[in-house]
Design a protein around this ligand. Structure first.
Ligand SMILES: Cc1cc2nc3c(=O)[nH]c(=O)nc-3n(C[C@H](O)[C@H](O)[C@H](O)COP(=O)(O)OP(=O)(O)OC[C@H]3O[C@@H](n4cnc5c(N)ncnc54)[C@H](O)[C@@H]3O)c2cc1C
Length: 431
C-alpha cells in the first residue's frame, strides 16, 4: 500500500506541470530541455520529501513496511534522488543556456551570481552529492561511523537550502494558488513528522521511563550485559527483537549513541542489552557506573514475533546476532528451532538461558561452532544441511540475525533451500 501511495504522490507532484503546459507549446529543443528539467525538478522535490519522511523514525512506517524494507527504500531512493537533482540541474542549465546563447557552465555562473536563491540551490545539490558519495560502502567503511553519521545528517540542510529556489523560481510554484499551497503543506507536514519522530517522541519517552544503568555483568571474555531500570517499565510497549539507540550519559560517552537490541523479553522491571566489544565505544561500556542516566531512542524494528506468518520458526543467529533472537524465543510459539553459529565456544553467550528456554519452550537448539570453512558449519549452513535439520523448513518462518555479511550469505542459503521470500525476516547489525 505504501508503494501505491508513493507512486500516487509522484503523479500528483508532476500533474501541475502537465495541466499548465498547453499542447504544442514545446516547439524547440531548448523548450523541451527546460520542460524536462522542470519535470525532473518536481520529481526531485517530491523524492526529497519522501526521503526525509523515511528518516523521521516514525514508528508507523516501521510497522507498515518493516524495518528492512525501509532501510532498502532509504538507500534506493537516496540514489534516485541524487540522479534526479543532478539531472534537473543539468537540464535546466542546458535549457536556459540554449535560450540565452551560453554554454551550461557560463549559464551556471550567470544564475549563481544573478538570481536569488540559486547559490543555496547549487550548494544543496553539492551537499547531496557528497552525502551520496560518502554512503558508498567502501568510502563509508573507511571513515569513523560518527563522522559518517553527521555528514549523512546534513541531508536536512539540503531540505532547507533547496527550499527557497523551488518557491521563488519554480514555474509551477512561484504563483500563489492550490499547487503552491499544496507543496508548502507537504513541506510543513514532513517537517512536523520529522520534529515529532526525532525530537518530541524521544523527549516524551525519556521523561516517562527515565532509564538508568542498574548493573553491568560479564557474559564472556569480550561480551557484557547491561541491565537498565526505570519508571513504569510495565507500561513500555516493547517486543523481543526490537532495539534502541542508547546514549549513556557520563564518562565521555554522552556524545555518541549506538544501537543495541534488547536481549530479554519485556518483564516490567528491567531491560537488558548484551554487547560484544568490537571497538573503542563498546570497550568503554564495561566501565559504566550503576545509577548513570541513559537516553534511549526507540523501541525500533519489526524483527519481532508480530511479523510471524507460520506457527513454527527457524531462527539462525550469527555471533552476537543472538541478542534479539534470545528475546524473541520467549515470545514465539513453542517448537521453534534455533541454530546458533559462533566461531569459537567462547563466542557463545547466554547459553544457560537458552538451554533453559529450550526445555521450557520445547525448542530444538543447535550450537554450530567453528570457522565458516570448517566441515561442520559448512555442512549445516547449506540448503541440504538446513533441510536435513528442519525437514518442514519451507513451511516455517525463518529469522536471520547477525553481522551484515553473515545475514547476506545465510539469506542466500535459506532462499536456495526453498523458503519463500515473505517468510524470511532479516536483521543485519548495520544502519
Ligand atoms: C539495529 C542494530 C542492533 C544491534 N544490536 C547489537 C547488540 O544487541 N549487541 C551488540 O553487541 N551489537 C549490536 N549492534 C552492533 C553495535 O551497534 C556495534 O557493534 C557498535 O555500535 C560498535 O561500536 P564501536 O565504536 O565499539 O565499534 P567500531 O569499531 O567503531 O564500529 C564497528 C561497526 O559498528 C557500526 N557502528 C559503529 N558506531 C555506530 C553507531 N554509533 N551507530 C550505528 N552503528 C555503529 C559500524 O558499522 C562500524 O563499522 C547492533 C547494530 C544495529 C544496527
Amino acid at each position: 500500500m505504501l508503494v501505491l501511495f508513493f507512486w500516487a504522490g509522484l503523479v500528483l507532484a508532476v500533474l501541475p506541470w502537465w495541466l499548465a503546459t498547453p499542447a504544442g507549446s514545446l516547439s524547440d529543443t531548448g523548450a523541451v530541455t527546460l520542460a524536462a528539467g522542470r519535470i525532473v525538478g518536481l520529481v526531485a522535490g517530491y523524492v526529497m520529501l519522501v526521503q526525509v519522511l523515511l528518516m523521521s523514525r516514525l514508528r508507523l512506517l516501521d510497522r507498515l513496511a518493516g524495518e528492512e524494507l525501509m532501510t532498502r527504500w532509504h538507500r534506493d531512493i537516496g540514489g534516485a534522488l541524487i540522479v534526479a537533482v543532478l539531472g534537473h540541474m543539468a537540464l535546466i542549465l542546458v535549457g536556459y543556456g540554449a535560450l540565452d546563447g551560453f554554454n551550461p557552465l557560463v549559464e551556471a555562473r550567470v544564475l549563481i551570481t544573478g538570481v536569488p536563491d540559486m547559490l543555496t540551490a547549487f550548494l544543496s545539490a553539492g551537499i547531496l552529492t557528497a552525502v551520496g558519495l560518502f554512503s558508498i560502502r567502501a568510502v563509508r567503511n573507511a571513515m569513523p561511523y560518527e563522522l559518517w553519521r553527521w555528514l549523512h545528517m546534513s541531508t536536512y540542510l539540503v531540505l532547507y537550502l533547496s527550499f527557497g529556489h523551488q518557491f521563488s523560481l519554480g514555474q509551477q510554484l512561484f504563483q500563489p494558488g492550490v499547487v503552491r499551497t499544496g507543496w508548502l503543506a507537504a513541506y510543513v507536514g514532513v517537517v512536523v513528522v520529522l520534529a515529532y519522530g526525532r525530537v518530541i517522541a524521544p523527549v516524551f519517552f525519556n521523561l516517562r521511563y527515565r532509564l538508568r544503568v542498574a548493573d553491568v555483568v560479564a557474559e564472556g571474555p569480550d561480551t557484557i550485559s547491561i541491565y537498565l531500570t526505570g519508571r513504569r517499565l510495565d507500561r513500555l510497549k516493547l517486543l523481543g527483537g526490537q532495539w534502541f539507540r542508547f546514549r549513556f550519559m557520563g564518562r565521555g560517552l554522552w556524545w555518541q549513541s549506538h544501537p543495541f537490541s534488547v536481549s530479554a523479553a519485556k518483564n516490567g522491571r528491567w531491560l537488558r542489552l548484551t554487547v560484544k566489544v568490537v571497538g573503542a565505544y563498546t570497550r568503554e561500556l564495561s566501565e559504566l557506573d550503576s545509577g548513570g542516566r541513559v537516553w534511549a531512542i526507540g523501541p525500533r524494528g519489526s524483527f519481532t514475533a508480530a511479523q510471524r506468518t507460520a506457527q513454527r520458526s527457524l531462527l539462525i543467529a550469527g555471533g552476537i546476532g543472538i541478542t534479539p533472537i534470545r528475546a524473541m524465543l520467549e515470545e514465539l510459539p513453542p517448537g521453534a528451532t534455533l541454530i546458533y553459529r559462533a566461531s569459537t565456544p567462547a563466542d557463545v553467550v547466554l547459553q544457560r538461558e537458552i538451554d533453559w528456554l529450550a526445555r521450557a519452550r520445547d525448542l530444538d537448539v543447535w550450537y554450530v561452532i567453528g570457522a565458516r570453512t570448517d566441515p561442520g558449519p559448512r555442512q549445516v549452513m547449506s540448503p541440504n544441511g538446513l533441510r536435513r535439520l528442519v525437514p518442514d523448513l519451507a513451511g516455517r518462518d525463518v529469522w536471520l540475525c547477525g553481522p551484515p555479511g553473515f545475514v547476506e550469505s545465510a539469506h542466500k542459503i535459506v532462499r536456495r533451500s526453498g523458503v519463500p521470500r515473505k517468510k524470511i525476516h532479516l536483521a543485519a547489525f548495520e544502519l
